[in-house]
Design a protein around this ligand. Structure first.
Ligand code: PLP
Length: 465
């Protein structure tokens, strides 16, 4: 018999290190005050473990850095562009590849070419920039997750799935107002939960029936492919690459942020089969992003992404990545911290509404919890709740459907001891949950308020000692 280890190790060794800085509680209290209790406004040097986002925060591999040295900075037709286009085509099979500086640029260009005022764009759940770009066109961004997706404690293998009957009903009654359907894999705002191939195919069938194009918001296509391999019978043991190709085969196009499963620090793309749409998108690209063979990226960025897209599909990497998040979930469950079940691909979501039942939604329990995690442990997380989603286009306010704190894992950055430390911080704060106070907003911008709003704890102290 051969040795069968139980430990899933980080499948890399460390070649370059970046120190992280310890701070005192008093220093963190002062930093929090100076940032108006908005973790987006902290200086990164004051953060010990930064789980604000997995976007663009990953470590690049030696192969990616080597690729960057090879970057061809020719304005047009650079070799780096052809390597990028080839890498995207090999995985997606999509005809036209349009590079962009990040995901939201792909969204803005796509919606600029397809969406008009009064339209409706359904999605399993829109990510915040996707929603904002649709609303900026005067259209409605409609979320159609399966009902299970809205219940944090419920176990379901594919909570990112779309409610196919709801989509069918929408198209049967309002087809003319729906220029395209989006599917987000994994479902970021819905908890990093995967979409099954069966669901994607069912959505595809409805879109075909009504003649509506289907686009993938493909930011975490590799993580989604891993979950399909682990949870969807027919696909057990298939390679993540085969599964990713099967996912892309169902769609007419995709938007992508290469800051996620592109394993790069910046970049993205828009891809599609439709020649006419591609032409209009490229025209818009030239206006604001750049020539179609670089789209706002340096040649070395295109190289890093071309290598990264393949690395994201590596089985050892995906096994380690998904396991790191699940491991934190195991530790938190043991001490009774309510998490969104099952743990997501890129992030663990804490159910702040369940953890802090004494704080009403419009006193922002998830925001208060994320501030407390920083104060006690130097951990930066992000609220996915009523601060992020409560602001309505007409200026009114409505509680979000869930109050979550997201702990997003940068790719290949932290090790198991960092995760053990996180579990300790969370356990400590959980033990003092009764003392955490709600928050109020003292100033906010007209849209996407979570990035820059100022808040203060109600009663003056966030967490009484
Ligand atoms: C990050 C993200 C985007 C936007 O990409 P950026 O590169 O941040 O502009 C869109 N959709 C989803 C699901 C995302 O996670």
């Amino acid at each position: 018999m051969t040795f069968q280890p139980h430990t899933i190790i980080e499948p890399f060794r460390i070649k370059s290190v970046e120190p992280i800085r310890q701070t005192t509680r008093a220093e963190r209290a002062a930093a929090l005050e100076a940032a108006h209790y908005n973790l987006f406004l902290l200086r990164a040097r004051d953060v010990l473990i930064d789980l604000l986002t997995d976007s663009g925060t990953g470590a690049m591999s030696s192969a990616q850095w080597a690729g960057m040295m090879r970057g061809d900075e020719s304005y047009a037709g650079a070799d780096s562009w052809y390597r990028f286009e080839d890498a995207v085509r090999r995985i997606t099979g999509l005809t036209h590849v349009i590079p962009t500086h990040q995901g939201r640029a792909a969204e803005r260009i796509l919606f600029g070419a397809t969406v008009s005022a009064g339209d409706i764009v359904p999605n399993n759940t829109h990510f915040d920039t996707t929603r904002a770009n649709i609303e900026a066109r005067g259209a409605t961004a409609l979320d159609l997750p399966i009902p299970e997706g809205r219940q944090p404690s419920l176990q379901h293998p594919f909570k990112g799935n779309m409610d196919v009957a709801a989509l069918e009903h929408l198209l049967a009654t309002d087809r003319a107002r729906v220029p395209l359907v989006m599917m987000t894999v994994t479902n970021n705002s819905g908890g990093g939960q995967p979409v099954s191939l069966a669901n994607l195919r069912a959505v595809r069938a409805v879109c075909r029936q009504y003649g509506v194009p289907l686009f993938l918001d493909a930011c975490r296509f590799a993580e989604n492919a891993w979950f399909i391999r682990e949870r969807e019978g027919d696909w057990a043991g298939r390679s993540p690459r085969d599964i990713a190709q099967a996912m892309f085969a169902e769609v007419d196009g995709a938007t992508m942020s290469a800051k996620k499963d592109g394993m790069a620090n910046i970049g993205g793309f828009l891809a599609m089969h439709d020649d006419d749409l591609a032409r209009r998108c490229r025209d818009a690209l030239i206006l604001t992003e750049g020539f179609p063979t670089y789209g706002g990226l340096a040649g070395y960025d295109l190289e890093a992404i071309a290598v990264g897209l393949d690395e994201a599909l590596d089985e050892d990497y995906l096994r380690y990545r998904i396991r790191s998040v699940a491991y934190l979930g195991d530790r938190l469950r043991q001490v009774g911290i309510p998490i969104m079940e099952p743990p997501g691909g890129h992030a663990l979501y804490i159910d702040a509404a369940a953890l802090l039942p004494h704080i009403p939604a419009l006193e922002y329990p998830a925001w208060a919890l994320s501030a407390a995690l920083y104060l006690e442990g130097g951990v930066r997380s992000v609220e996915i709740g009523s601060v992020m989603f409560g602001q309505q286009p007409d200026g009114s306010e409505r509680a979000a459907s869930m109050e979550l704190v997201r702990l997003a894992f940068p790719r290949r950055v932290y090790t198991q001891s960092h995760v053990d430390y996180l579990a300790e911080v969370l356990t400590y704060v959980h033990g003092r949950r009764d003392r955490i106070r709600g928050m109020r907003i003292t100033s906010q911008p007209p849209a996407l308020r979570h990035f820059s709003a100022h808040l203060a704890p109600i009663g003056g102290t966030l967490l009484a000692l």
